[in-house]
Design a protein around this ligand. Sequence first.
Ligand code: FAD
Length: 592
Amino acid sequence: MTRYVAPIQDMRFALYDLLGADATMAGLRGGEVINRELIDAVLEEAGRFNEQVLAPLNQSGDAEGCHFDAETATVTSPKGFKQAYAQYVEGGWPGLNAPEAYGGQNLPHTIGVLVKEMIDSANLAWGTYPLLSNGASDALLTHAEEWQREVFLKPLVEGRWTGTMCLTEPQAGSDLGLLKTHAVAGKTEGTWCISGTKIFITAGEHDLAENIVHLVLARLPDAPAGSRGISMFIVPKFKVGRDGAMGERNAVACGSIEHKMGLKGSATCVMNFDGAEGYLIGQPHKGLAAMFTMMNAARLAVGIQGLSLIERALQNSLAYCRERLQMRALSGAVAPDKAADPIIVHPDVRRMLLTQRAFAEGGRALVLYAALQSDIHERSTDDAERARAGEVLGFLIPICKGLLTEISVECTYHAMQTYGGHGYIAEYGIEQFARDARITTIYEGTTQIQALDLLGRKVMQLQGAGLKHLLGDIAAFCQAHAGDEALGEFVGPLAVHAKTWSDLTQDLGKRAQSNPEEIGAAAVDYLFYSGYIVLAWIWARTAAVAGKSALPEAGRTAKLDTARFYFARILPRTHAHLAAMKSGIEGLPEVH
Ligand SMILES: Cc1cc2nc3c(=O)[nH]c(=O)nc-3n(C[C@H](O)[C@H](O)[C@H](O)COP(=O)(O)OP(=O)(O)OC[C@H]3O[C@@H](n4cnc5c(N)ncnc54)[C@H](O)[C@@H]3O)c2cc1C
């Protein structure tokens, strides 16, 4: 069985030493309860739950998968999942970040993302059941009427019910403007009848909770074509009245579940809506705004999935490489008393391990930084600060989602490689990480869609507001440490990259004016390029604080070593992306 130990020491480093997030959170609305003692207690408790309850079900859930009974249209989750969910609910975890008015604990997202990372590291498939309750809760909180929040949000926050996001249809994936599911006025005033087929719906049907709240995108009869004609509806599995009373089965049913490469413990459902009763959320034809609220939360959440797999892959491959004995070091035996040296002595094995560590620890700090912006955006009392944080967050979400998921594919493959043939064998559990990682680059908007959001929308349409703030912060960091010799190896290259990033962005803007196809040609390279520079900033900041941190001596040395590795071995990837972007649309001829 693979191991999982919640990386609480590194979480504390990122929160307290690197970001000073405890002080920031304490200064926000509702922050009077925030202190290290509280945060540490949450992390310790979450660590115990995830190590002891969820992690042991990861491999068995993968081997067993979900069961679909076509006669009753029911889905049974793998053995142990239902009991684990009951424990999760009993522990009060579903309401960690929800407002107190709806039964939650109102803790900042910055704490919530660490708990989420642990859940996904421990058992990614199990984590998909509560996952979409969070996105659905956000959409209800921001766009629903008060009675809808009372009736639907409270049970989601308690964990008695779970949520889904029903967007995708056979002909409408990345392009939701193509969706056909439609709604007509229902018999009872204020209700709607929704009909259509949704595919690939995560946790669309299962046995974990009493009811399932589907948030469904559909068209009203007078809807304009395309994405401007989309409305959002609440469609519960069991009908629910305005008084909150649960009634008969609604006309929505699971048609089948998918057989997948990974994430086998997560039910991926075809959902048939056959005149199902629902309620409209927000204004007619304005479902896109509600969908984006839901998707922003979900995109950051999928970025965390990527991070969580990198962490778990690292923990296992590091332990394996310390124990596995094969061949001698090139410069002579390191463990002469043993039959051979542990494989960790071989430089390329270390490259694979350090790559995983650089992205696990750097990625964690990145996600925490993004979550902190989300808390500032929601809870600061200063309007300018709120607006700024929202712009930075908007810029970082496609990077967190796109980069960390693509890198999770790379890192889980590195982990498999460090195990040699054993990595390919199911019994060792490592190949599961690689299979589970693969979907993260696809759902919640593929990497290509994240990249278009970053370059096309956040940079071109919104004039790169978030980018400008980040460039300003990087410049301030470089200036503050300009005379610091010990940091010169980080500050110098970081300043050069920031300048090139700014010039490149302007250049792409000019080229896009004469040919919009240039955006599509550059977008994915731009996402990677930007992500590597943001992580370079994080690693340079890490190098600046590691020596003064609460980490033990070995931990401080490891931080500095990893920062050096990042600058020597990972940051140069930007050169290839830059060259690719410079080749422009001409470098991508028609494929015959
Ligand atoms: C396991 C699983 C769980 C899922 N869970 C949910 C869920 O809970 N709810 C839900 O609604 N959906 C869910 N999905 C659906 C998922 O979000 C979609 O599969 C995804 O958005 C891609 O849509 P598609 O599969 O139709 O691919 P397409 O949109 O057909 O894309 C095919 C390829 O074309 C590329 N492409 C498309 N447009 C562009 C462009 N403009 N520029 C560059 N490249 C482009 C894409 O990047 C991709 O590589 C899930 C899918 C899976 C497999």
